[in-house]
Design a binder for this molecule. Structure first.
Ligand SMILES: Cc1ncc(COP(=O)(O)O)c(C=O)c1O
Length: 433
């Protein structure tokens, strides 16, 4: 409060007109009595309304993995803003974006939405339509945006609504099969029912810590999906951190569909989903021109001129191989700092990394599935560490211990985190002693 009087006053004022005092309900969940209000952000830093400067390791939970407001995107978008924002007609940028995504992910055909949630929802619809099957399969503790079917969890092995699921339209057991990640037997048991239209998966789980696939897992899972006639949708919205073509390119996955949102437009609302030639043909066979605007796939602003420009500039100039090399090296450095601090303090914690994304978990060994990772979470401890860092000028991603690097992050920024993390653990150890 003493250090953030303006944020405190704005929050108090916001309570008069915003539900919970925030524009989006989860902004309430930041640790501290109120969220810090932002004045401006650029690259890897932002300044709050009280004039404090922060290293941003949250980067809009991947929406700003490009760094805040990259100049090249701002310039292209500013020009587009003056020349027409949305028309329901294509612009030339769409061709560049389609060709670029084709090269990155190896899938020939692409469509656009404003959010990764929508890209997932439309991919699921397509999978249901072309397979004529009712269910989807997701992994326990997955997150794919506010997709109704994915808000399912396992309770003593039985599928039900995930904790906190607000007003589920139907019991998710009607729409969804859920299995643990890295369990091929469970996956095969679920697919054997021949009612799964698609597996919707992050190639590595990133929303309940970072959970990497076991060696050979995706090769076997890919084969199982083919054997039982289910499509494989790789949601690369977060795992794009692995490289310019996400895990799909890095690990040679062969998904039937790919979803890529958030960072694709440097934060300008935009997302994409792509499919194979085979899926494209199956879609064409079932969707007729007269009905294509009322089938539940689309959006008035989807594919608008502004988001196409933002995607083009981002793909062409920001999410480049050169920038990824730099960002990944920084994440390696972040992990070395966290890992050596954990060792020094002899704590049974670990730190994982996927490309330019890093995350520490409060257990000795990296978890192999959602259940194990969720069991290691400690809400109060996490809030303490986040608030400790925030009060000293470093913003971590809320609701987990994730740090993301952008092309503008510096070694000094990482060093600042390592120092603060060390001081926090010193204080914790003293309090625990
Ligand atoms: C893997 C993954 N997919 C999709 C989404 C949804 O993105 P959006 O909220 O931008 O629709 C998220 C959001 O965190 C995500 O983590």
């Amino acid at each position: 409060m003493l250090e953030h009087p303006r944020s405190a006053a704005l929050y108090a004022g916001a309570e008069n007109s915003l539900l919970g005092g925030v524009p989006m309900n989860w902004m309430k969940k930041w640790s501290g009595a109120f969220p810090v209000f932002v004045k401006s952000a650029k690259g890897a830093h932002f300044t709050c309304v009280d004039g404090h400067e922060y290293v941003d390791l949250c980067l809009g939970d991947t929406g700003a993995m490009t760094g805040h407001s990259p100049d090249v995107v701002v310039e292209a978008v500013a020009k587009r803003l003056r020349e027409g924002i949305t028309l329901m007609l294509p612009t030339e940028d769409a061709l560049y974006v389609g060709e670029d995504l084709k090269k990155r992910f190896g899938l020939p055909y692409w469509q656009f939405t404003l959010t990764a949630t929508d890209a997932n929802r439309f991919s699921i619809r397509i999978a249901r339509e072309v397979t004529q099957r009712p269910k989807i399969l997701v992994f326990h503790y997955c997150y794919h945006g506010t997709v109704d079917e994915s808000f399912a969890g396992l309770h003593d092995g039985v599928v039900g609504p995930r904790r906190g699921n607000i007003g589920p339209p139907v019991d998710p057991s009607e729409t969804t099969r859920v299995v643990e990640f890295n369990d091929l037997n469970a996956l095969e048991d679920a697919l054997m029912h021949h009612d799964v239209a698609c597996i919707l998966a992050e190639p590595a789980m990133t929303n309940v810590g970072i959970i990497l696939p076991d060696g050979g897992y995706w090769k076997a899972a890919r084969e199982l999906a083919r054997r039982y006639g289910s499509l494989l949708i790789a949601d690369e919205t977060h795992t794009i951190c692995a490289g310019p073509g996400g895990c799909t390119a890095e690990w040679g996955l062969q998904p039937d569909m790919v979803v890529f949102g958030k960072a694709i437009g440097s934060g300008i609302p935009a997302a994409a989903y792509g499919c194979t030639e085979e899926v494209a043909q199956r879609i064409s066979a079932r969707i007729h021109l007269e009905d294509c605007d009322v089938g539940g796939i689309g959006g008035t602003l989807a594919g608008n001129a502004l988001s196409m420009t933002a995607m083009r500039a981002t793909l062409e100039r920001v999410l480049t191989s050169k920038n990824f090399e730099k960002m990944i090296a920084l994440a390696v450095r972040f992990n070395e700092g966290v890992s050596s601090t954990i060792k020094q303090q002899e704590l049974p914690w670990n730190v994982q990394r996927l490309g330019c994304r890093a995350e520490y978990t409060f257990c000795a060994m990296p978890p192999r599935n959602g259940r194990a990772s969720a069991a290691a979470a400690d809400f109060e401890l996490e809030r303490f560490l986040h608030l400790y860092a925030l009060n000293r000028g470093v913003l971590m991603t809320p609701f987990h211990n994730m740090a993301l690097m952008c092309p503008d992050t510096t070694e000094q920024d990482i060093g600042r985190h390592t120092t603060i993390f060390g001081e926090a653990l010193d204080e914790l150890k003293q309090a625990w002693a």
